[in-house]
Design a protein around this ligand. Structure first.
Ligand SMILES: NC(=O)c1ccc[n+]([C@@H]2O[C@H](COP(=O)([O-])OP(=O)(O)OC[C@H]3O[C@@H](n4cnc5c(N)ncnc54)[C@H](O)[C@@H]3O)[C@@H](O)[C@H]2O)c1
Length: 333
């Protein structure tokens, strides 16, 4: 069936092609599977997307078109009403520019909570055990390795969560199972139900009193380098840092210094300031446990994210609003 309204997929859908094709009963389907930013902007100008009311912005999109910054958002067709983005973080989309143009944007929170929290626990346990030396040594025939040391138990330690949102709460829930006490800081205190026993403390107290600090807040202009030298200086000696949020939340150079000085016992990192580049000071330091941004890399979670994007897109196309619209736009309502 053809329609004068269309949905545009930028990049790929891997696990939910059938569900994408089913959208064809509502609108015609277009795909932008390869190209470049310049080519995409030319396509926008040429008018081939002039019937597009909804965009499915896949994980691949940034590689193809670059960020959805002001320039790109302004070039999008006038018909566009909805951008359904596949990812919990949406720092690669200029939300204000979208709001100005009355384009509603959704992301994929909730669907990512479990697998990202599992990754945080994996990194936290690995960092507490300083697992990198024995992990690398056994494969090289070196058994536990030169420099192997005892680690620490999570039990009895205080976990500080900066940003007790969906993922932060899933980390807290898991950490309680390991015998940790939970405290957190958000801009505003949560309800008792959402706190679920976690203690609300100021940012400064969180830094001063946590044994392990888990970063679980979104990246924006206010949170870039929210953890830098002055914040490391306030922390307990021997603190463990876990970052599964976004690399630029930590000033990486300051983290390298804090690791080298022994202020930080170890760090577990899934995200980096300039991915896919990793600061050499982190690569060289065996007290760092690193994985290459694999927080949501499971079959179950990838499928769940794709389905949530499609549900948002469908709901937007049908004029029913978005299921998981980004909070900045909800507050404007
Ligand atoms: N490693 C990965 O693969 C991966 C996967 C999913 C999400 N993420 C990242 O994790 C982040 C958190 O995801 P989420 O779904 O839990 O988001 P969320 O919106 O549910 O939670 C973020 C929390 O941070 C709090 N917050 C924001 N600014 C703050 C500040 N300045 N100080 C203190 N608290 C602040 C918010 O109030 C909120 O409670 C995402 O923005 C994304 O960048 C990474």
């Amino acid at each position: 069936m053809t329609s004068s309204r269309a949905a545009l997929l930028i990049g790929k859908i891997t696990h939910s092609r059938k569900e994408w094709e089913a959208l064809g009963s509502l609108v015609s389907l277009k795909e932008y599977g390869s190209g470049s930013r310049t080519h995409f902007l030319e396509q926008c100008q040429s008018g081939v997307f002039d019937d597009v009311v909804g965009i499915y912005r896949s994980n691949e999109s940034t590689r193809l078109t670059g960020p959805f910054d002001k320039e790109l958002v302004q070039a999008l067709p006038n018909s566009l009403e909805t951008i359904a983005h596949n990812g919990a973080g949406y720092d690669n989309i200029d939300i204000s520019a979208c709001t100005e143009r009355q384009i509603q944007v959704s992301s994929t929170p909730i669907a990512v909570d479990d697998s990202t929290a599992d990754t945080a626990m994996f990194l936290m346990l690995g960092a507490l055990r300083r697992v990198t030396i024995p992990f690398n040594a056994i494969r090289k025939g070196g058994w536990r390795g030169k420099g192997f040391q005892l680690g620490h138990d999570p039990k009895g330690k205080t976990l500080g969560v900066l940003g007790l949102g969906g993922i932060g709460r899933a980390v807290a829930q898991r950490a309680k199972g390991f015998g940790m006490t939970i405290q957190y800081h958000n801009r505003n205190r949560l309800t008792a139900e959402l706190e679920d026993g976690a203690r609300y403390v100021s940012f400064e107290e969180l830094l001063k009193t946590s044994d392990v600090l888990s970063l679980n807040l979104a990246l924006n202009a206010n949170t870039r380098h929210i953890i830098s030298k002055p914040q490391f200086d306030l922390m307990k000696d021997g603190v463990v840092i876990v970052n599964t949020a976004r690399g630029p939340i930590i000033d990486e150079a300051a983290l390298v210094d804090a690791l080298n000085s022994g202020k930080v016992f170890s760090a577990g990192l899934d995200v980096f300031e300039e991915e896919p580049k990793v600061h050499p000071g982190l690569l060289e330091n065996e007290n760092v446990v690193i994985v290459p941004h694999i927080g949501t890399s499971t079959w179950e979670t990838q499928k769940g994210m794709e389905l949530l994007v499609l549900d948002n897109l469908k709901s937007g196309i049908q004029g029913k609003g978005l299921i998981t619209q980004v909070p900045e736009q909800k507050q404007k309502r």
